[in-house]
Design a protein around this ligand. Structure first.
Ligand SMILES: Cc1cc2nc3c(=O)[nH]c(=O)nc-3n(C[C@H](O)[C@H](O)[C@H](O)COP(=O)(O)OP(=O)(O)OC[C@H]3O[C@@H](n4cnc5c(N)ncnc54)[C@H](O)[C@@H]3O)c2cc1C
Ligand code: FES
Ligand code: FES
Length: 1324
């Protein structure tokens, strides 16, 4: 154990203020220090592992050797506080606020509508701010790189990019706003924001670097710094000698530089390091020295510094010498995110020896070396196949320190390339990554030397030695290479159950990446006149420039008052406070006196009896106050739904991994976490857990009722058709991934068992009811407050109320306030998400494409509790007609009971899965008939007055208008021809195009939910407080309500305030869901405002020239009530499942989307090159908010259908528990052009001001990207002679797309015998 002296005092500047800390704890990260100690809550926590960017701050340091100050963005969640001694930190609070002056970055992101829920916004702001500090005139590439590691689940990124684009030098030319053909008229069209209003960027306003820190760095003492924490000590030596001595004495202590490997291990795997050594003050680790053979780079240099250095050297040395440098630069551009590269060190990357490290294969192929030092002296070690000995292990001794890494020059005739493929193009570890080097003797194509290394093909970086042997000494030609592929296939074998899965894909990638290398080498040989041959197609990277795009909406009529905001774009009312970090989310609320933190203990078994629950060890730990079990619940221990019940805390039996068993409450989050880890549960496994839909079908494990609907005579109709086709598709689930995880604070107040619940929920009343039932108290003792949510998407209703119930038991039992904020991993494990669906269909059609009969069978993986699964199944069946009039139509749906966490509501509520099946069927019909799918869609669309399969009458006119408009706007026919042309000229890249319609029913089929209430107070000074039952989750409902009140009261919206949603102001609310929030609450607010305005009528008539304020004051003196409730009784909707008919929706939203992708058939990588969406949402109340919903939903759909993949282990454990494993769309996934058009001249008598709800419908239109990928894959398959329908399940990840392309490389991979092995992940 390290004999620590008394710890030193840590000194850091935060937002220009000096902060000293006498007890800096090595386990404390900057993020918690900012939020908990300094109460700077603008910096958010979204994942805690460097994967989401919500916690981005700027770090500034002074370098005495060069006398320069440098700034970089970093993830505060991975920055150890102790590492920051002598640094200046800037957080979102430090750059501007609404009280004094907001920074132009904050202003532009807000005004460009780049903030919805706002939870990601401070991180976005800080990434952009750090960029501007280094480069006030960035390029678009700089911007997209800077934001690549910042996730946003709401906006779809386009508006964020647009706000940031305004800083670009080329921004004025980018203002052409997309389609050249419309440029001339663009100025006549209304815009979402006006760039002219933006504040100029004035770098002189930025905080200066604190002179005290410069002085400190200049006069740095050479003493070792030590910081002592509760369980761990941090030592930072000032010399190499001392570092070596420390390592000799403490060989197992990690050297922490960027903490991007050590940090996640400590946080997620619970690794405890009693001693941490920081070499960040050892100068030798940062030295760079050039030699005639290459460059030695200090192991402590950050990856960003390495990249800058190599880029500089490129300019100083001849091209032929810098092949390896360029390959490394290429990898460094794709490795992690900017924030990670800014802190992660070169030595750290090498020594971490990740199986899929991006640098190691390239360094190894390029003959890199490391220089290490230890008590035994210095030695050089080659980075070759012997260096990497296993998962995270190298042959270095534990006490050895890597001082520098040697990166050699190349010579003439030597080529080095780095190629990688990752599940997402940016900010994602690679699936397979490789470094390849080949060396030719002068003027010859005969291979003199070759080395090929792969990452992602085993537990560590591996050398393809046999393959190299098969190539060396032979000419670089087709014969040599085709033999090499065979050797490679035999050499790099992965067992079918290899960790990480994707076995066939990974094996095919080894081949296709070698093939790509081959193409590049041939190109080089040709350029050097070594080979005269005609070359195969040159493979260019996928296009990547995000273009300005169009957002078109109908202007308000000329007669509308300029003061009336309805129908005009209006910034989200909290956008500025989101961008400044002033907006308060649940976990930003200050700690209350005596507050405790709650951490849940969840089941580690999928199906088992609980034999014993031993909390004694947990209770002994420091800070632990209590452990809450089911026995502590004073009231109802379970929640009933649809005849089934779900236990709040499991008492005798668990039914899934992740089921909540008990909860530890302690005086801090860290203590509660340690307590939870110490709870021991003994289980007895029960036989035969069910995980997959297939299993559930075999065992008839379903939730009742199973639903069925039929129109016409399906069975009979199949005998009158030309052709019958039977197919199916599997659709994976989806994690909500709201950026703010489940959050709540329950505070006991008053003497009569009263509770205030501050919570992030879409349905405060449900939480109120649940807490009251659980505590066995009346509802009037529980008040739920919802200020705002950092996203919800359907995921903050049922599970949230259960979590709140458990937290309230803890608050009731301990009589203290209790806070529960789930970590990302817990949230993903516990809460479930969108249902995975397996569907089969049979379709009968005529040769002209008309579908006569269709029969669908859907199975949903509902998980271990019924939740809302039956309702989801019903909604699927109510949408199987989609946009088509199919005379004989049948659908059946079953919610499968499995031993996985229960799935429930998620934006679209089953419709996105249901409709994908329908459209896939149409696609199959098109493939059978060999006709374009859009023709089959047109041939079957509803026309004229129509009725759905449940006999609800409607007019499809606006749907057909959207279809025609989208075809024209997207130039569909010409682009279809262009795609065909492109595909004829490219063997390894294909383009695909698709156009998809939607008809989406709005409102609740459960009629009682279609109601809303509001309460409006007018105060004597004329200010107005509006309360309503809707909750703000980023969708802008409060902004719209403000617009409604402004119109109805005839006052500017600045006089209207909405503080929160509370059950004490508006009781018995309905959930903000089903795209119905504005429809219902808008009418209620309107109703209340009309009442008030009417009451003021006599006053106004008495004093027509008076102002609002004078009328209000006069009304008070005349004893007129200035407070009114409003109520809206929504439509009486119903669905009679016995009669199979009803009126379950108030109206339909229609939309059409056309997307085009370019697909790399060798890797399955794709890019959406353009998307055009036309959507009918009636007369928009707020076009900027509505277009935000359209774009955000589209991107969430794109994620669902092409990217997001949940993986479960064979024992039912969710592997994908954070952004490192689960990829939601990032900025690199935005279509290069994303045009949105709101259909003009559409009216809707069923909703406020003729508008329509828009939260959910467009999500399904993300499937246009899925079908475009399928179209491209079909073109690729035809190259291999494969024609006709083929299976492509959702999500069409690069893996699935690549396998579907059936390239010759794929065909080489021998298929593993199903059933002969246990796959790494389940196909649920
Ligand atoms: C979100 C995220 C995304 C990432 N994406 C990628 C990616 O796409 N590709 C990729 O290749 N990597 C990726 N990484 C990994 C990252 O590059 C490495 O974690 C990083 O390079 C390690 O450096 P560090 O300074 O942070 O190491 P630390 O965490 O500080 O240390 C890591 C280990 O290295 C040892 N060590 C550090 N320096 C030395 C030294 N000089 N001598 C001896 N031992 C030393 C330490 O003892 C410790 O065991 C990602 C990481 C994160 C968190
Ligand atoms: S919270 Fe730090 S990156 Fe996600
Ligand atoms: S606004 Fe980006 S996550 Fe909500």
């Amino acid at each position: 154990m390290f004999a620590a002296k008394k710890g030193d005092t840590l000194c850091v500047f935060i937002n220009g203020k000096k902060v000293t800390e006498d007890h800096a704890d090595p386990e404390t990260m900057l993020l918690s220090f900012l939020r908990e100690n300094l109460r700077l809550t603008g910096t958010k926590s979204g994942c805690g592992g460097g994967g989401c960017g919500a916690c981005t701050v700027m770090v500034s340091r002074y370098r005495p050797t060069t006398k320069t100050i440098f700034h970089y963005s970093a993830n505060a969640c991975l920055l150890p506080l102790c590492q920051l001694h002598g640094a200046a930190i800037t957080t979102v609070e430090g750059i501007g606020n609404s009280k004094t002056r907001i920074h132009p970055v904050q202003e532009r992101i807000a005004k460009a509508h780049g903030s919805q829920c706002g939870f990601c916004t401070p991180g976005m702001v800080m990434s952009m701010y750090a960029l501007l500090r280094n480069k006030p005139w960035p390029t678009m590439e700089d911007i997209t790189q800077a934001l690549a590691g910042n996730l946003c689940r709401c906006t779809g990124y386009r508006p964020i990019v647009d706000g940031c684009r305004s800083f670009c030098q080329e921004s004025s030319c980018c203002q052409s706003n997309g389609d050249e053909k419309t440029t001339e008229t663009k100025h006549e069209k209304p815009r979402l924001f006006d760039q002219e209003e933006f504040l100029p960027l004035d770098p002189t306003q930025d905080l200066i670097f604190p002179p005290e820190l410069i002085l400190m760095a200049e006069t740095a003492n050479q003493q070792t710094l030590t910081f002592c924490g509760e369980r761990s000590t941090w030592v930072s030596p000032a010399s190499l000698e001392e570092l070596v001595q420390l390592k000799i004495r403490h060989p197992t202590a990690p050297l922490v530089m960027g903490n991007t490997n050590t940090g996640p291990d400590m946080k997620f795997k619970g690794v405890l390091h009693p001693l941490i050594i920081s070499p960040s003050r050892v100068p030798e680790l940062f030295e760079v020295s050039l030699t005639p053979r290459g460059v030695w780079v200090g192991a402590g240099c950050s990856l960003s510094e390495v990249r800058c250095l190599l880029e500089k050297l490129l300019l100083e040395f001849p091209e032929e010498e810098t092949e390896l440098f360029r390959a490394l630069i290429q990898q460094l551009g794709n490795l992690g995110s900017q924030q990670i590269r800014n802190v992660a060190s070169l030595g750290g990357n090498v020594v971490s020896a990740y199986p899929n490290s991006d640098l190691n294969p390239v360094l190894a192929a390029g003959n890199g070396r490391v220089s290490v030092v230890s008590g035994g002296g210095r030695r050089e070690v080659p980075l070759d196949q012997d260096f990497f000995v296993g998962f995270g292990k190298t042959l270095l001794e534990p006490e050895e320190v890597v001082v520098s890494v040697f990166i050699p020059f190349t010579r003439k005739g030597e080529f080095v390339r780095a190629l990688r493929h990752a599940p997402r193009k940016e900010a994602s570890f690679a699936t397979v990554t490789t470094g390849m080097r080949v060396c030719f003797s002068e003027g010859s194509r005969v291979v003199q030397d070759i080395s090929i290394y792969y990452g992602g093909m085993g537990p560590t970086t591996v050398s393809a030695t046999k393959t190299c042997k098969a190539i060396v000494g032979r000419p670089w030609d087709e014969g040599t290479l085709s033999q090499a592929y065979n050797v490679l296939l035999d050499e790099l074998v992965l067992p079918p159950s290899a960790p990480g899965g994707k076995v066939d894909f990974r094996r095919s990638l080894t081949l296709s990446l070698l093939f790509k290398f081959n193409l590049e080498v041939l190109q080089k040989l040709k350029e050097m006149n070594v080979i005269p041959d005609e070359l195969p197609e040159k493979l260019l990277p996928l296009p990547g420039d995000i273009q300005p795009s169009l957002q078109e909406f109908q202007p308000v009529s000329d007669s509308q008052s300029v003061h009336d905001p309805v129908g005009r774009p209006m910034m989200h009312r909290s956008a500025v406070s989101h961008a400044t970090g002033e907006a308060i989310y649940c976990d930003d609320m200050p700690r209350t006196d005596g507050e405790l933190f709650l951490v849940l203990v969840t089941s580690s078994r999928a199906l088992a009896k609980i034999i014993n629950l031993d909390v004694s060890a947990a209770m002994q730990l420091p800070g632990v106050v209590d452990v809450i079990t089911a026995k502590d619940i004073p009231g109802k221990k379970e929640r009933a739904m649809f005849g089934y019940s779900e236990e709040l805390l499991a008492e005798n039996k668990v039914s899934c991994i992740g089921q909540m068993v008990c909860a530890v409450v302690a005086d801090s989050k860290a203590h509660a976490k340690r307590g939870a880890a110490a709870v021991k549960i003994t289980y007895e496994d029960l036989p035969d857990p069910i995980f997959t839909i297939q299993d559930a079908i075999e065992k008839s494990s379903f939730y009742e009722p199973l639903r069925e609907i039929e129109r016409g005579d399906v069975a009979g109709a199949f005998s009158h058709v030309d052709q019958i086709y039977e197919g199916g598709i599997q659709i994976g689930g989806q994690e909500h991934f709201y950026m703010e995880t489940q959050s709540m604070l329950v505070v006991p107040v008053g003497e009569e068992t009263e509770f205030n619940v501050y919570i992030s929920t879409q349905w405060p009343t449900l939480t109120q009811d649940a807490v009251a039932e659980t505590l066995d108290i009346p509802s009037n003792r529980v008040t739920c407050h919802v200020k705002r949510m950092g996203g919800a998407f359907g995921g903050k209703v049922i599970k949230t109320s259960i979590l709140a119930s458990i937290t309230s038991v803890a608050a009731w039992k301990t009589k203290r306030p209790v806070r529960c904020i789930l970590e990302r991993g817990e949230d993903m494990l516990i809460t479930g998400g969108r249902h995975p669906v397996l569907a089969k269909y049979k379709v009968g059609f005529l040769n002209d494409g008309r579908i006569i009969a269709a029969d669908f069978q859907y199975y949903l993986n509902a998980g271990c509790a019924v939740d809302e699964s039956v309702l989801v199944a019903e909604k699927i069946l109510l949408h199987i007609d989609s946009a088509y009039s199919i005379p004989n139509l049948r659908g059946r749906a079953a919610a499968c009971r499995t031993n996985l966490p229960s799935n429930g509501a998620f934006r679209g509520f089953g419709v996105p899965q249901g409709l994908l099946v329908v459209e896939n069927m149409i696609n199959d019909v098109a493939l059978v008939l060999g006709r374009p799918a859009d023709q089959i869609r047109e041939a079957n669309m509803y026309t004229g007055p129509s009725a759905t399969h449940y006999r609800m009458e409607f007019s499809p006119e606006n749907m057909l208008r959207c279809w025609e408009d989208c075809k024209v706007r997207s130039d569909y026919n010409a682009r279809r021809r262009a795609v065909h042309q492109f595909n004829q000229h490219h063997r390894w890249k294909k383009r695909g195009l698709s156009i998809i319609p939607i008809k989406y029913g709005v409102a609740f089929a459960e009629s009682f939910l279609n109601q809303a209430a509001a309460l409006v107070h007018v105060y004597k000074d004329g200010s107005v407080l509006v309360s309503h039952g809707g909750t703000e989750m980023g969708q802008g409902i409060h902004t719209k309500m403000q617009q409604v009140a402004s119109r109805e009261l005839h006052i500017p919206s600045s006089k209207i305030y909405i503080s929160e949603t509370s059950t004490s102001t508006v009781p018995n609310t309905c959930p903000s869901a089903a795209s119905f929030g504005t429809d219902a609450n808008g009418m209620a607010v309107k109703n209340a405002c009309e009442t008030l305005y009417q009451r003021l009528k006599p006053i106004r008539e008495k004093n027509p020239k008076g102002s609002w304020e004078t009328w209000v004051r006069a009304a008070f003196f005349e004893k007129i009530s200035l407070s009114a409730t409003g109520y809206h009784r929504g439509p009486d909707l119903y669905m009679d499942w016995d009669k199979m008919e009803g009126q379950p929706y108030a109206y339909f939203v229609f939309g059409v989307c056309c997307s085009e992708v370019e697909l790399d058939c060798l890797t399955g990588d794709y890019r959406t090159v353009r998307t055009d969406i036309v959507v009918d949402i009636g007369r928009s109340v707020n076009p900027s908010v509505d277009i935000g919903q359209v774009e955000g939903a589209f991107m969430q759909g794109l994620g669902l259908y092409t990217l997001e993949e949940l993986k479960f282990s064979p024992s039912g454990l969710l592997y994908t528990r954070g952004p490192s494993q689960y990829k939601i769309p990032a900025i690199c996934d935005v279509p290069l052009r994303l045009n949105v058009y709101l259909l003009p001249n559409s009216h809707n008598p069923h909703a406020i001001y003729s508008s329509k709800g828009i939260g959910e419908p467009v999500l399904f239109l993300g499937s246009s990207v899925f079908f475009a990928i399928k179209d491209a894959a079909a073109a690729a398959r035809s190259e291999s002679g494969l024609i006709g329908p083929f299976s492509l399940d959702s999500p069409a990840t690069p893996e699935k797309a690549c396998l579907a392309c059936a390239s010759p490389f794929i065909q080489k991979i021998p298929a593993s015998e199903p059933g002969s092995f246990k796959p790494w992940a389940l196909n649920i």
